[in-house]
Write a protein that binds this ligand. Sequence first.
Ligand SMILES: NC(=O)C1=CN([C@@H]2O[C@H](COP(=O)(O)OP(=O)(O)OC[C@H]3O[C@@H](n4cnc5c(N)ncnc54)[C@H](OP(=O)(O)O)[C@@H]3O)[C@@H](O)[C@H]2O)C=CC1
Ligand SMILES: O=CCS(=O)(=O)O
Length: 251
Amino acid sequence: MPVAMITGATSGFGRAAAYRFAAAGWSLILTGRRSERLEALEQDIGNKVPVLTLTLDVRDAEAVARAVEELPAEFREVTCLVNNAGLALAPKPAQEVDLADWHTMIDTNITGLVNVTHAMLARLIATGAGASIINIGSVAGSWPYPGGHVYGATKAFVEQFSYNLRCDLKGTGVRVTDIAPGMAETEFTLVRTKGDQAASDALYSGTTPLQAEDIAEQIFHVATLPDHININRLEVMPTRQTWSPFTIDRD
Ligand SMILES: NC(=O)C1=CN([C@@H]2O[C@H](COP(=O)(O)OP(=O)(O)OC[C@H]3O[C@@H](n4cnc5c(N)ncnc54)[C@H](OP(=O)(O)O)[C@@H]3O)[C@@H](O)[C@H]2O)C=CC1
Ligand SMILES: O=CCS(=O)(=O)O
């Protein structure tokens, strides 16, 4: 059975993707920082498909490289890498943000994604035709909005890095896709607001956001397309989310 490696599998899209791939019989390498959640996942899915859990902070390049180097034989031939671990912080104007929050987003969404990709490239190229790297970007990478500052910029990086990877991977059979979701109800806003459950609930109330399973289905779809198809970018919004007009500062 093919192997998928999913970063940020302890919550949201990553967790839902783990269940989606498991339902199709894939072996799974599941990573995240919260070991207790990884253990719970292993208990739940591990009796259905082979599961390897790795407590890993994607920002730690050495730990990431070591974990990939030490993958057990049965998990070494990876067919799909889902670079999903990420976060937004500081939903307020740029001029009010703590610099540490910008650094955390850059370190996680850019450096972390690059760390995992670099460590996994040789493994994916060894798998060859049918392998894929699925990077989770965001609509925030293409569409500016107040309070998006560094978060949106990190997701613009994800988009361009995905395209550039495709150029270099030509001829290897390895596909690269940037999946760019819009508003989805996960722990994302709880993290973004540093634990403000009321703010998170308010954002998702009275509308119909995407659910983690909706994006998991897209991830699985992209990963299981025939070998000769590469979706470059897939932007997915809830039907009830669209864009705002330009705003004008007036006297
Ligand atoms: N929800 C949304 O509206 C949207 C989200 N996205 C993107 O989707 C991805 C998943 O987010 P979502 O599922 O919504 O949010 P969640 O907060 O529910 O999940 C985020 C996951 O990322 C992991 N993670 C965060 N930081 C690190 C780190 N340093 N090292 C390893 N793992 C880490 C978390 O695991 P742990 O804390 O255990 O380490 C968790 O499993 C992110 O990249 C996000 O930017 C994109 C568009 C829309
Ligand atoms: O990436 C997350 C979606 S949004 O909050 O930027 O719309």
